[in-house]
Every structure is written in C-alpha cells, then in structure tokens.
Ligand binder design. Structure first.
Ligand code: F6R
Length: 245
C-alpha cells in the first residue's frame, strides 16, 4: 500500500486526478470504478478541467459505480445516478452506453446484483477503482461487519452512516435504509485501488486502514491485502498515522 500525504484537499484531488488521467491516456478503453460523496468532488472537477482544457478523452471508457440507494429513482436529486451525471458524466465525453450504476429501483435486487457483477467481468474487470472512506471505515456501503469476501448485494445502512448522509436530505428519516453496493470482494478484484480521504473526521479510519489489524469491523483495512493500492490523504486525515510515510 502506497500512502501519500498531501498538505491540502486540493492537492489530494489533483494527485488523484493525475493518476486517473494517466490511466485514461495509457489505456483509452479502460474500466474506471467511481465513488460518490464529498471526497472525490475536487478530483472530478480536475478531471473535467483536464477534459475541457487538455482534451482528456473519456469516450471509450467504461464506468462502474460503487453503490446506489435502494428506492431512489435515477432522477432523484440525492440518487447516486443524479450525483454522477451532475458532477462528472455530463461534463465530460463519457458514452452513456458504457456507464453502469446500480439500479436502486431494480424489481429483483438479487438478480440485478448478479447481473452487475457479470457486467464487470464482461468489461474485463475494473482497472482502477476510486474509493472514499466512511468515518466508521466503510468502503462503498460495506459497513462494519461486512464480509471481507462479499460481492454486490443489498446492505442495511448503519445509523451513523444515515446520520452522516442526512446533511443531503431534509431530515434523517428521508435517508434510505438500504443500498445496493459492490462487495468488499468485488472492490478487491479491481486491478488498482485509489482511496482518497480528507479531514480530521477520517483520521481514525485512515489510521486503522493503514496501520491497524485487518478486520471486518473496519472494512477498509482489507486494502492492506491489495497488490496495488494507493491511499491519498491530506494532513488532517493523516494526523493519527504513527509510521513515517
Ligand atoms: C460513496 C461511497 C461511500 C463514501 C464514504 C465517504 O459512493 O461509496 O463509501 O465514499 O461514505 O463519503 P464522503 O466522501 O462524503 O465523506
């Protein structure tokens, strides 16, 4: 695991975008795994800038998102479909036919999850998976206690995650209780992982991820087992690390 500590969130975003852009230039038909949430927003802004000013070409890229709330239609302004189109996809030249995001309205969730896994395999696997991290150590919506071998499935969100995400809804009761999420095992199958974190609120989770024992109680700790994982953090998120990086 390569741990990169930057001064600021802006630098985290730029370094992340540089790594994604390098891959897109090297392999124009690569498969990218995307995350939602506040953390990757700066990186997405930088990718949009690179597309507009430097001609970074996403036309052949296939994308898979980590997760989606169950029960929210794609046009709901808190759905992860909406988030991805608003914050990235409609501002770059991604081909809609190559965009995959879990369907929160799927009639048969189990069947959908199997289909989603099959599409990842059919696309040749994910070349680079972008990850954020929850303050409780979740990756995607794999909450503490998730099987480290899990695949795409429905998960119940913990109270702390629903509380953290309540800021995007009018009140906490409106935060969906369930999500479809890639499993920890699905994420670990990606050829490269790029985990970003910013702010002191993530410091304990980052310390556990980089230095703690591997445990399902901090799902992100499994990243230690990945052969090609890069963790990019700012100073506040790195503040509880004890080793020198
Ligand atoms: C989102 C996702 C989540 C977030 C995590 C951090 O697709 O998979 O695991 O990455 O909850 O969210 P932020 O970045 O908002 O702190």
């Amino acid at each position: 695991m390569l741990v990169r500590i930057n001064e600021t969130y802006d630098e985290v975003s730029k370094e992340g975008a540089r790594l994604v852009a390098e891959l897109v230039r090297r392999k124009p038909n690569c498969v990218l795994g995307f995350a939602t949430g506040s953390t990757p927003l700066g990186m997405y802004k930088e990718l949009i800038r690179m597309h507009k000013q430097e001609g970074l070409d996403f036309s052949k890229v296939t994308t898979f998102n980590l997760d989606e709330y169950v029960g929210l239609p794609p046009e709901h302004d808190q759905s992860y479909h909406y988030f991805m189109w608003e914050n990235l996809f409609k501002r770059i030249n991604v081909n809609q036919r190559f965009v995959y995001i879990p369907m929160g309205m799927a009639a048969d969730v189990e069947q959908f999850c199997e289909w989603y896994e099959a599409q990842i395999v059919k696309a040749g696997g994910i070349d680079l998976q972008i990850l954020g991290i929850g303050a409780n150590g979740h990756i995607a919506f794999n909450e503490p206690g998730s099987s480290l071998g899990s695949r795409t499935r429905i998960k119940t969100l913990t109270g702390s995650t629903r509380e953290a995400n309540a800021r995007f809804f009018t009140n906490q009761d409106q935060v969906p209780k369930y999500a479809i999420t890639m499993g920890v095992g699905t994420i670990m199958d990606a050829k490269t992982l790029l985990l970003l974190a910013s702010g002191e609120g993530k410091a304990a989770a980052i310390q556990a991820t980089c230095e703690g024992p591997i445990t399902a109680m901090w799902p992100a700790t499994i990243v230690q087992m990945h052969r090609q994982a890069t963790v990019i953090v700012d100073k506040p998120a790195a503040s509880k690390l004890t080793l020198k990086y």
